[in-house]
Design a protein around this ligand. Structure first.
Ligand code: C2O
Ligand code: CU
Ligand code: CU
Length: 506
């Protein structure tokens, strides 16, 4: 621990706008804590398969000085180890549930059979284990795993049931880029949390928490509060996972320096893209390389989302999300005194064949809506899907006019097809739309093709208020008419309250 050298973020982007609330959120502790790096779990070879053992368990952590927070974790008290997978390998995972409540574990972004996907149907009862097997079959990238229990995903992830997955392939192993885990290849699982006075997590109270999704006033990085990282190399690759339930971050370096974006959800971009900030919604991942060669301290921060951003909340919901008008520190960074030299980044990482609209064999349309009428006043919500929803607390969250129902398969996709999915956001806030089963390519937003940072493979995509986003995706494997994959908004309180649907690939 050490004394904090800065109490607030300098300069950048904070306007004297009247939308700033007189609240001081995201105040950091006086002391900083060394960034924790999740343990690497590389598995072990057993009977021809790479075997990974995972245990869901409960525990406690001290996030706030002198206070104990009850938590959930995987092979530990909060969050889980980083699973390292290799393309082509046959994998067997054993997930033992030592909690006194049911759960599931979903491999977000992995192309696996529906039965191995860990969605709401693959429930792991207390004191039982679940043993999915699959063959890794996709490009290198940063993925993650998390609870996907129906109506309870938000709460279980909030308490700690999430972790990172790093997938390597031959191409990635031969690239001259920072790739020493924990040294110059750093996982950053970014979350915001709110606490009660007794130190426990404060999860969902008012209907506002459901409308906007649960927003916290403390930043955790890999479960570390007021985290400090001290690079030992002049270039560092950060694998940033937005594992927040609802908060979108606009990552930047505090002095406005440029960085290189090298990968998005589904793996490497073809070429590095030079940026000064990047907006990352819940469940999205970005890999960036930052140069610390000048030796000076510079924090990773989150800038406000400008009102002009297509992802900003509009209309009467706008004041509910006022906290996103602040800048705040994500990670304090203070390079060590002698930095090891890193190689110059290659000019090309991979090649990505752009899928053409003409390859599509079908088109589907999805309307995302959150009718607020009576629902907001305490009706609606719970009526439709019933079950454990926080009915009436936050209106309704619908896709094509329907709330998620476990016994309803909403879409049947023919195996071997290439489809265009049109996602239309008919609400006042951005929804990060996620589909299971694999990776897609963005075709356009309101007719405008993606900018270079969105030209790679994606599994979660921001759809701003009023926007029409189109992506193209292939559904070529794993025919199964009984077991569905999910598509949903990745603001977990929206997902838990109905903004989810099911599809089979047959
Ligand atoms: Cu991150 Cu349906 O999942
Ligand atoms: Cu997923
Ligand atoms: Cu949403």
């Amino acid at each position: 621990m050490k004394i904090n050298r800065r109490c607030f973020v300098r300069g950048l982007g904070v306007s004297a706008s009247s939308t700033l609330l007189p609240m001081s959120l995201f105040a950091q502790d006086v002391t900083q804590n060394e960034l924790q790096i999740p343990a690497l779990h590389v598995g072990e070879m057993q009977a021809g398969r790479q075997h990974y053992g995972l245990q869901l368990q409960s525990g406690t952590r001290q996030f706030l000085r002198g206070l104990t927070t009850p938590t959930l974790g995987i092979n530990g008290s909060f969050l889980g180890p980083t699973l390292r997978l290799k393309n082509g390998s046959d994998v067997a995972i054993s997930v033992l549930n030592q909690l006194n409540e049911p759960s599931t574990l979903h491999w977000h972004g992995l192309h696996v059979p529906a039965k191995a996907d860990g969605g709401p149907a693959q429930i792991i009862a207390p004191a039982t284990s679940w043993q999915p097997t699959f063959t890794v079959n996709q490009k290198a990238g940063t993925f993650w795993y998390h609870s996907h229990l129906l109506n309870k995903t938000g709460e279980q992830v909030y308490r700690g049931l999430a972790g990172m997955i790093i997938l390597d392939d031959e191409e990635s192993e031969n690239l001259e880029i920072p790739s020493t885990y924990g040294v110059d290849d750093i996982p950053l699982i970014v979350q915001d949390r709110r606490f009660n006075e007794d130190g426990s997590f404060r999860y969902v109270g008012m209907h506002r928490d459901v409308m906007t999704g649960v927003l916290g006033d403390r930043i955790l990085v890999n479960g570390t509060t007021s985290a400090l990282f001290s690079p030992s190399t002049n270039k560092v690759r950060f694998r940033i996972l937005n594992a927040a339930n609802a908060r979108t971050f606009n990552f930047a370096l505090a002095d406005g320096r440029e960085f290189s974006l090298i990968a998005s959800d589904g793996g490497f971009l073809e070429k590095p893209v030079t940026l000064r900030n990047i907006v990352v919604a819940p469940a999205e991942r970005v890999e960036i390389v930052v140069d610390f060669g000048d030796g000076g301290p510079v924090d990773l921060i989150s800038l406000p989302l400008p009102a002009s951003s297509p992802y900003s909340t509009i209309g009467m919901m706008r004041n509910m999300l006022a906290t996103s008008t602040e800048s705040f520190t994500i990670l304090n960074i203070e390079p060590q005194s002698a930095l090891q030299h890193s190689a110059v980044l290659p000019g090309q990482f991979t090649s990505i064949r752009r899928m053409q609209e003409s390859e599509a064999t079908g088109t589907r349309r999805f309307e995302l809506s959150m009718p607020m009428g009576m629902g907001m006043m305490g009706r609606g919500g719970g009526q439709r899907g019933g079950g454990g929803r926080m009915g009436g607390m936050g209106g309704e969250f619908l896709i094509n006019g329907k709330a998620m129902a476990m016994d309803e398969i909403n879409e049947v996709v023919p195996i071997g097809s290439t489809e265009i999915w049109e996602i239309h956001n008919d609400s006042m806030m951005m929804h990060p739309f996620h589909i299971h089963h694999g990776q897609f390519q963005i075709l356009d937003r309101d007719g405008v093709p993606p900018s270079p940072e969105e030209m790679g493979y994606k599994d979660t995509v921001k759809v701003g208020p009023g926007q029409l986003l189109r992506f193209i995706m292939r559904f070529e494997n794993f025919s199964d008419s009984d077991t569905a994959y999910m598509y949903h908004c990745h603001i977990l309180e929206h997902e838990d309250n109905g903004m989810m649907g099911q599809f089979t690939v047959v």
